[in-house]
Write a protein that binds this ligand. Structure first.
Ligand SMILES: [Zn+2]
Length: 97
């Protein structure tokens, strides 16, 4: 008799593929179902998410700065040049015009 159970990747009903590499994920049976087949896949996915998040934050910051500049420009156009004290107060990133 053979006690060895070869790795079968077709028996799990509801077995979902790894969210990173697509290989079938062997569920441990307890707790919530795993998304990744191994730790490195989870790590990669986590890093990827961090990068995406950083890009999104950077984009938002760029948008905010652009909007800030637009507001400052509109303000400058609307008000007299004698009130540029307030405009300087608006810039958040510390860059002087
Ligand atoms: Zn994987």
């Amino acid at each position: 008799m053979n006690d060895e159970t070869p790795p079968v990747d077709g028996d799990g009903d509801g077995a979902s593929p790894c969210a990173w590499c697509g290989r079938p994920v062997r569920q441990s049976g307890t707790g919530r179902p795993r998304e990744y087949c191994r730790r490195s896949c989870r790590q990669r996915a986590y890093e990827e998410r961090q990068i995406q998040q950083r890009i999104a934050v950077a984009n938002q910051a760029a948008l905010a700065i652009a909007r800030d500049k637009q507001l400052a420009a509109a303000d400058a156009a609307a008000t007299d040049s004698s009130r540029d004290d307030q405009i300087r107060h608006v810039t958040v990133d510390g860059s002087e015009p």
